[in-house]
Ligand binder design. Sequence first.
Ligand SMILES: C[S@@+](CC[C@H](N)C(=O)[O-])C[C@H]1O[C@@H](n2cnc3c(N)ncnc32)[C@H](O)[C@@H]1O
Length: 299
Amino acid sequence: MYEYHIPVLLNECLEGLNIKPNGIYVDATFGGGGHSREILARIPQGRLLGFDQDPDAQKNAFDHPNFTFIRSNFKFLENFLRHNNAEQVDGILADFGISSHQIDDARRGFMFRNEAPLDMRMNTETGITAADILNQYDFVKLIRIFRDYGEILNAKPLTERILNARTNKLFAQNSDLIEAVAGLYPKQKENKFLAQVFQSLRIEVNNEIEALEAFLEQCIQVLKPGGRLVLLTYHSLEDRPVKNLIKTGNVEGNVIQDFYGNVQTPFQLITKKPITASEEELERNSRARSAKLRVAEKL
Ligand SMILES: C[S@@+](CC[C@H](N)C(=O)[O-])C[C@H]1O[C@@H](n2cnc3c(N)ncnc32)[C@H](O)[C@@H]1O
C-alpha cells in the first residue's frame, strides 16, 4: 500500500500535547494526517484544525465533524483560527519540513536521484520555482541562499558555475543543475553537497524560515495558559528560532530580564533535552533520523 508519510515520534508527540478530550488542537503540518488521526481519536468532544499548504495533503483530510482542514500556509495561523472560531487553543503540533510523499514524487523536484523538474514548491498553485531562482537571481542573492540556507562553506564557485551555465541554457531539470556543479566537490562528498544545494533552494522557494518565524510568534498569542507547543525540527535553521522562542519568547533570542535577572519567557520547557527517535523507530523509518522534538507549556 502507498504510504504518504510515516508520522515521526508519534507517541512522544501525543504525550507532549497532554490531550484533553474536549480540547481544541492544531496540527500545523497535516501532511498524510498521521499525527492528526491519533489526536482526533483522543478528542471525542474537542476540535482539531489541520493546516497544510500542499493541495496533495488536502486529499488526506478527514471527513469528521470534529476536524477542519485549512489549506493555507501556517504563517496565517492567527487569522485562520479566528475565522474558524478557535481564537485560543489547548495545543499546537508542528512537524516542519517536507513529507515523504513530496520527496518521493519525482514530479515535485525535491530530490536529485531521479530526473525531475526544478520545482520544489510545497504549494504547487503559486510562487516561484527552484528553476526561476537559478535563472533569475543575481550573484549576491544566490550566494546568500547557499551560505545561509545550505551552510555551504565555499558558495562562490558554486554560484559562479550557475551564472555561467545559464548563459548557455536556462535551468529546467535537476540534471541541468547537477551537470553545472559537477566536479566542484570530491566524488565521495557529492551526495552531501547536492543535498545541501537542494535544501537551500527548497528553503528559498518556500520561504520556509520567514513562515516558521511568523508562525512561532503567533503561537504565543493563540495558546491558552497551560496549552502545549509540540515542535519537530529537522535541521539547525529550524532549531534556532524554536529554541529562542521557548527560551526568550521571541525568535531572535533577545533576552529580557526581570528586576532579579530572570529571563522573561511565556513558556516553560517540558523536555529538558530534545527527544530523538529510538533505534527501533529508526529501523522502521530512516526519515526520523534527524528529528528533534521539543515540548513547551504556555505559562
Ligand atoms: C513532515 S510533513 C508532516 C507530516 C505529518 N505530520 C504526518 O504525520 O503525515 C510536513 C508537511 O507540512 C507542510 N508544510 C510545510 N511548511 C508549511 C507551511 N509553511 N504552511 C503549511 N504547510 C506547510 C508540508 O506541505 C508537508 O505536507
